[in-house]
Design a protein around this ligand. Structure first.
Ligand SMILES: Nc1nc2c(c(=O)[nH]1)N[C@@H](CN(C=O)c1ccc(C(=O)N[C@@H](CCC(=O)O)C(=O)O)cc1)CN2
Length: 288
């Protein structure tokens, strides 16, 4: 028999300069207020001397997210924290962007529909019509945009407005093959995830499987990362890989890579949706 769901279930994440007493302050504050800590992970970076923590806590009473935020603010203030508080039970609302290749999009749609991903895909945007029927079969709105050098900023503003109007908290680039402008990267900093079809930092940019084939690689892979203005240089969230050999053409490498791309992106989106990813400069801390 399933245990009863708590009335209030929150996830606190933060990063701050490391010092003695951080965990004790969090734990004692929660204990004094009658909260049960159900998950807790922390990491002290020896290089940056920064401390990272994810703590999930619950109680059988109804507490509004904003009320909980206001309660925690004075406790966290002395530690100079970059912190956030999330409702652990709320699925992450996302907008997905795709171009012509739909294997990663399809995998996202399937996992979300099956309830295997704590995500609600509220809209799909594409610069091609190919995946409209599939997306609309899932009952999800599909918007086609026309991206040219002249229209790129307007199309990006359309996406930002769409995210705002649908309450989307993240943007997922599922093999969307257009480079986002610096302004768009600023607008979605820390909440746009791209799947690149190579093991970054190798083979950035366009056509990475052709680059890999020319180099005679013995493994291929995929990298899910946050999007930044520096193309395919954003903080890495997840990678997946497999062995290959001299017999495969670039096209065969690309075909073998599709599953890796789909798996890596789902894993990264799940980690982001469960608030397990914290930015650590140009890197990430990803809690289990
Ligand atoms: N600002 C960013 N935009 C995008 C990133 C990123 O990291 N930062 N990742 C890419 C995806 N991508 C590889 O995964 C990628 C997509 C497209 C190209 C590219 O060169 N495309 C066109 C040019 C399109 C354009 O100018 O918009 C081309 O083939 O010439 C390279 C890498 C998504 N966007």
């Amino acid at each position: 028999m399933e245990s009863p769901r708590p009335h209030s279930d929150f996830i606190l994440t933060f990063a701050c300069p490391d010092r003695v007493g951080i965990v004790a302050a969090i734990a004692s504050t929660l204990a004094q207020d009658g909260w049960t800590i159900t998950e807790s992970q922390q990491y002290a970076d020896p290089d940056t001397l920064h401390f990272f923590m994810r703590v999930r806590f619950a109680a059988d009473r109804d507490v509004e997210l904003e009320v909980m935020r206001a309660t925690l603010a004075p406790v966290l203030e002395p530690f100079d924290m970059d912190w956030d508080l999330h409702d652990a039970t709320a699925p992450l609302r996302v907008v997905v962007m795709v171009s012509k290749q739909g294997h990663v999009l399809n995998n996202l749609l399937f996992h979300a529909r099956q309830g295997q991903l704590p995500v609600e895909i509220v809209a799909v945007v594409s610069n091609h019509p190919d995946w409209r029927d599939t997306v609309e079969w899932h009952g999800i709105e599909f918007h086609q945009i026309q991206v040219t050098p002249e229209t790129k900023r307007d199309t990006e503003q359309f996406v930002i407005d769409l995210m705002d109007s649908r309450g989307a908290e993240a943007l997922i680039l599922a093999r969307y093959m257009q480079i986002l402008t610096d302004q768009m990267c600023r607008d979605v900093h820390g909440r746009a995830i791209n799947i690149h079809h190579s093991l970054l930092p190798s083979f950035k940019g366009a056509r990475p499987y052709e680059q890999a084939h020319r180099h005679g690689v013995k493994v291929i892979g995929a990298t899910a990362h946050y999007v930044t203005a520096d193309l395919d240089e954003g903080p890495i969230i997840e990678q997946d890989f497999r062995r290959v050999d001299h017999r495969s053409s670039a096209a065969e490498l690309a075909a073998m890579g599709q599953d890796l791309e789909a798996r890596a992106l789902v894993s990264a989106v799940r980690a982001h949706a469960e608030h397990r990813v914290l930015l650590n400069g140009m890197k990430t801390v990803v809690f289990d």
